[in-house]
Design a protein around this ligand. Sequence first.
Ligand code: DLL
Length: 436
Amino acid sequence: MKDLTPQRESLDPIEIASRDEITALQLKRLKWSLRHAYDNVPFYRQSFDNAGIHPDDLRELADLAKFPFTVKTDLRDNYPFGMFAVPRDQIARIHASSGTTGQPTVVGYTKTDLENWGDVVARSLRASGLKPGDMLHNAYGYGLFTGGLGIHLGADKLGISTVPISGGMTPRQVRLIEDFKPNGITVTPSYALSILDEYARQGLDPRQSSLDVGIFGAEPWTNAMRLEIEQAFDMHAVDIYGLSEVMGPGVSCECVETKDGLHIWEDHFYPEVINPETGEPVADGEKGELVFTSLTKEAFPIIRYRTRDLTRLLAGTARTMRRMEKITGRSDDMIILRGVNVFPTQIEEALMGIPDLAPHFQIELTKPDRMDQMRVICECISGDLGVDARTAAGAALASQIKETVGISVTIDVLDVGAVERSEGKAVRIIDKRPKI
Ligand code: DLL
């Protein structure tokens, strides 16, 4: 793999500023953001008033903990534009996330917000090893989802030629990578695996492709998956994170030279990690739920938004800004199986260790006889695998899961191509348990 470390001179000075400079800027911006939300969004005025707190009560960053949280249902209750802090005619862009309940969460951006979003995505792409003049194959979905257009904004800012292919039509994805020879690809990790399958189907060697780096996010993925993708394509695989409510992709991103967690662009997004049960902030290094407050957003300020994503905050390394550890999963995706907490990433990790199994999987939950059961549906790596080898691979996975996660599961090893493929975010859990 090529050394893609960006030149230090090419970084934004704030990325490597002293902690004192960063916190001073955060405090100044946080005061503005709280005041802006309170003055312009009735929801925030009411929620601060109800909590008996006022923007002027923030004297230091730690005072933020006195302010109330914002949760997804608050955004739904104010559908569609009730959380906007500027008049409708100043909204330059609208995005929405579909969510699982059908009612979308709508977010808006002013022209300045789009500039700032472009800046943080450009910073993320540069941290991943791309530079002006490179070409990017952008296979995140274009549309209301923030992935496609968000990455596009940043690629424009960095001076990259973007191929706005969006998701889907997998044979064409491979053809354009082969014909156009991009340096980088932006795509969900699960869809990257579908593209990888298509390389095999077309009899092409992905290691010979022009790709030097893949920038993967929008869903949880493990370091084991990173190794798998890096080896398969002979390229770097870097993690990018974000969510529509806070901005979109580019809230944080790994640096290609370290790949040790995602640097949060703390000059725009203030992170906290809280104990999800008590709501109390935990110290850096301790695991909990990630909470974000926007520092510069005009159209859609967001104060102490509970992301449901589980991680921990770590000190900066390649940049002064703090890192978040790779996301373990969302608290909503946590399965409690006979008293044991399980995340799909733990199943992914175990699966990656079994050479005869492909990296595609789904988890099916059922409840016969009032006992929760988990079935892992996966597939064998090649059609040449005999019945005995398949059975052995399934047994190896079951015992690996028993050993590392502590639960007994049933494994189904299906034929090559039988597990549903993703073109965007993978659906990992099929919950067939009766609703109570
Ligand atoms: O997924 C934004 C995005 C697009 C990020 C492209 C990265 C790349 P939403 O559709 O609003 O926005 O979904 C946000 O996806 O709360 C996490 O649960 C999950 N997620 C996003 N990035 C990662 C990641 C986009 N790198 C939700 N690792 C978030 C794990 C991620 N989960």
